[in-house]
Design a binder for this molecule. Structure first.
Ligand SMILES: Cc1cc2nc3c(=O)[nH]c(=O)nc-3n(C[C@H](O)[C@H](O)[C@H](O)COP(=O)(O)OP(=O)(O)OC[C@H]3O[C@@H](n4cnc5c(N)ncnc54)[C@H](O)[C@@H]3O)c2cc1C
Length: 487
């Protein structure tokens, strides 16, 4: 039996807790069955954004004519692109593995961990080499992440399909691709494949793609993705069948509200992007007093301690915010609580997220729909990106910044749609997380001219209590016809 001060199961964000413990002179262990770094590095954030960067380049070439530059998209070296991305992200995972192996105070166990009792985990080597080893920890951190959920669609057992785990590294670009699922992973991949020229059909249960976003944001993305994909929003995949000779797949999709006729969609490849499920079923948690909800997410208190004292959880298995930055934030909370007994509680009030479609979406705080459902009093303004001169220059005419604030100026939510939205949201996050979190915290500081952050500035300035304003407003020359809507 190997005994440690702290044992982390899952080498994604959780491994940082082990490293921090080792820096304190504690004996720590990480149990990981796959590549180090977790989903983000080899199956999620990084490779998907590397692909989307190629889609953005292809899109820029396609749009160049709008700006008086003649350019044609001549060829996409698809296999070379995916090979290059694969090599980069697996090199990063290998470096992380080497760093742990070379560390004197973090032990790396390669294999799948399962509890045999509350404090003991059996690690079965992934490649069946060697014997199962038992590891015991004084504190244990569960950080085993999530995997694609495969929905119960008739005929799926007889059909070849992809999930995001395999769709990122295809050797060849599919000519036709049907994507089931209109959430953020489906939308990002729909944009990627569509922008590179694949004939994409997307089937989404809701009337809009990315339905969890503010309605205005999801409406813009749905309209925009209709330029890259054939959209079947408001449909559910009911049945799938392999085509003759196994070369294609036919999907029968039925209207979600049972009102209307089914449609049949044919494609070379089928990609399921129908959500993710926590990997907690791999852990034999029934051997412990850790509790999960009916979907398998781990129940924790606000300090991220599970029902078993001394066993902590973080990341996708907590089910609060399924994003890498959220998992890293939760890892910091667990470090503070396990290593310093800090009693720190999670606060997701200023937790942002972004979706890397065209246009990008970034969001923090409440959506307008949520505020309405809560019956909360709020003020709102929506300012188009082309109110800022750089927004106009870039032709970001479907972009906007929407600010939701309480009558006393407290920022309740902000939704940004447009180029670099994922970066632009950050000043709003800083304002919400520190200081008073009011619209004045964003509207008061000087913003660089003529940067896109002026779109944020003008929107917050609209709701601010400032007596004098110098925020730019180019709506009067915006070619998009949005000016009258926004004013
Ligand atoms: C296609 C895609 C795109 C994404 N894009 C973004 C993005 O742009 N931005 C963003 O913030 N998030 C993104 N995400 C989400 C992000 O990847 C996850 O939220 C994040 O990786 C969660 O971290 P984690 O540590 O909880 O889990 P993971 O990173 O999944 O790490 C868990 C680890 O545990 C291991 N494991 C599981 N069970 C066991 C076991 N029993 N024993 C040993 N090891 C085990 C797994 O192999 C895995 O390595 C994306 C996800 C996908 C799929």
């Amino acid at each position: 039996m190997d005994e440690y001060d702290i044992v982390v199961i899952g080498g994604g964000s959780g491994s940082q807790v082990a490293t921090a413990a080792a820096d304190r002179g504690l004996e720590a262990a990480v149990i990981e069955r796959g590549p180090l770094g977790g989903a983000c590095i080899t199956r999620g954030c990084v490779p998907s954004k590397a692909l989307i960067h190629r889609a953005d380049l292809a899109d820029a070439v396609r749009r160049a004519g709008e700006f008086g530059i003649a350019a044609d998209l001549q060829d996409v070296a698809y296999g070379e692109i995916t090979d290059a991305i694969h090599d980069t992200v697996y090199e990063k995972a290998a470096r992380q593995e080497r760093a742990l192996e070379e560390s004197d105070s973090v032990a790396l166990f390669r294999g799948e961990g399962r509890f045999v009792d509350e404090w003991t985990i059996a690690v079965k080597p992934t490649d069946d080499s060697g014997d199962t080893r038992e590891v015991r920890g004084d504190a244990i951190v569960l950080a085993v992440g999530s995997r694609p959920m495969v929905p119960p669609i008739d005929g799926l057992e007889d059909v070849d399909f992809l999930t995001s785990d395999d769709a990122l590294f295809l050797d060849e670009q599919p000519d036709e691709l049907a994507i089931v699922g209109g959430g953020y992973i489906g939308a990002e991949l729909g944009y990627f494949f569509g922008a590179l020229g694949t004939d994409v059909s997307m089937i989404g249960r809701s009337e809009r793609l990315i339905p969890g976003e503010d309605d205005d944001a999801s409406a813009v993305v749905t309209d925009s993705l209709a330029d890259y994909c054939d959209l079947y929003t408001g449909y559910e995949a009911a049945e799938v069948a392999q085509g003759d000779g196994g070369g294609s797949v036919t999907i029968t999709a039925e209207p979600s509200d049972d009102d209307g006729e089914p449609v049949e969609i044919e494609a070379d490849e089928l990609l399921l992007a129908t959500g993710r499920r926590p990997n907690t079923d791999t852990l034999a948690l029934e051997e412990t007093s850790v509790e999960t909800d009916d979907k398998g997410y781990v129940e924790t208190d606000a300090r991220l301690e599970t029902a078993a004292e001394g066993i902590w959880a973080l990341g996708d298995i907590v089910g609060e915010q399924p994003f890498k930055h959220a998992a890293d934030y939760e890892a910091e909370v667990v470090m503070a609580n396990v290593l310093n007994d800090a009693g720190r509680e999670v606060d997701y009030g200023a937790m942002p997220h972004a979706i890397f479609t065209e246009p990008q979406v970034a969001s923090v705080g409440r959506t307008e729909g949520e505020l309405e459902d809560e019956g909360r009093e709020y003020e709102s303004t929506t300012v188009p990106f082309d109110a800022a001169p750089l927004g106009l220059i870039l032709g970001a005419d479907d972009g906007f910044v929407k600010v939701l604030a309480a009558p006393d100026g407290e920022i309740l939510g902000c939704h940004v749609v447009g180029p670099q939205a994922s970066t632009l949201i950050q000043e709003v996050v800083v304002a919400m997380d520190s200081g008073d979190g009011t619209v004045d915290d964003v509207a008061d500081p000087v913003h660089v001219h003529p940067a896109l952050s002026e779109a944020i500035y003008t929107a917050f300035d609209d709701l601010s209590s400032k007596e004098f304003s110098s925020a730019p407003d180019w709506r009067d020359v915006a070619p998009s016809g949005r000016s009258s809507e926004a004013e």
